[in-house]
Design a protein around this ligand. Structure first.
Ligand code: UDP
Length: 253
């Protein structure tokens, strides 16, 4: 097998050149980082679970007409995606107070927010991804006002879809981070959902016990990260070990 050309390597993923122009292969690694790279570990099996969960969510989003970079699954760690120009803004949607919001505004963790809140962060590791406003984004040319509108509208659709999906399997969607890219098609360009959606990029709490089923287990040294990610996959109906035929979420009453 010939060696593939590595286009980009991030903290938890590698991008390789795809089989056709305009495509890439997104490979999920087992690496975990937190606190702006100060904490690092390899957690065996995390990449496989994140690939599976992200592929499931992106497929469903494509199905409901949310444009994404996802084309198809390739293997347990890899997916074929469209090459996009990543907009250098992380978009966070919050439903319940947690993480940096609790520290910044002194709101108690677990407080239901009056409505879903969108925040933007400038993607820059050296600066530790600082929070920015729409003013910064347009003034520095990171995205146009139209692109900001598109990102906000898509982020809210993703939030509504995922909040319902997770509620049905007994999980509260506390918050999540998404990234968007510009997809160039001929002389057209449009904003599509990119990157990944997994327990690495969401806060997911069990509705009954408030158990954390996400990367906070790593950030807060709680242990049991793989078991938590497996539980999310199992409830989504995509962990096949003992149930090869069943696909799709099982409603939790
Ligand atoms: N998040 C992420 N990558 C980042 C920062 C945040 O995926 O670089 C996710 C995080 O998992 C959470 C949400 O975005 O679901 C909001 O994170 P927050 O701003 O509270 O930051 P944190 O406390 O995680 O540093």
């Amino acid at each position: 097998m010939s060696r593939r050309r590595r286009v980009y390597e991030g903290k938890a993923k590698v991008l390789y050149e795809g089989p056709e122009p305009g495509t890439l292969i997104q490979h999920f690694k087992d690496d975990a980082t937190a606190n702006n790279n100060q904490k690092h570990a390899t957690i065996e099996g995390k990449g496989v679970l994140n690939n599976r969960i992200s592929e499931f969510i992106f497929t469903k989003l494509n199905d409901i007409g949310v444009p994404t970079h996802f084309i198809r699954s390739i293997n347990m760690r890899e997916q074929l995606i469209r090459e996009v120009e990543i907009i250098p803004c992380e978009v966070v949607v919050r439903n319940v107070a947690a993480g940096s919001l609790t520290k910044r505004l002194g709101i108690e963790e677990g407080t239901q927010l009056p409505r879903s809140i969108i925040e933007f962060y400038y993607k820059n590791d050296e600066l530790g991804d600082p929070m920015v406003s729409e003013e910064h984004i347009t003034a520095f040319g990171w995205a146009t006002p139209q692109e900001i509108d598109d990102m906000m509208a898509l982020a809210l659709r993703v939030n509504d879809f995922m909040a319902g999906l997770f509620l049905g399997i007994g999980i509260r969607l506390v918050d999540f981070k998404v990234e968007f890219g510009r997809l160039y098609e001929g002389d057209m360009v449009r904003v599509v959902l990119a990157d990944e959606i997994s327990p690495d990029s969401c806060r997911l709490w069990d509705i009954r016990t408030n158990d954390k089923l996400d990367k906070d287990r790593f950030r807060q040294d709680m242990g049991g990260l793989i078991e938590a990610y497996q539980e999310v996959a199992r409830r989504l109906g995509i962990l096949f070990e003992n149930e090869p035929k069943r696909r799709g979420p099982t409603l939790v009453k």
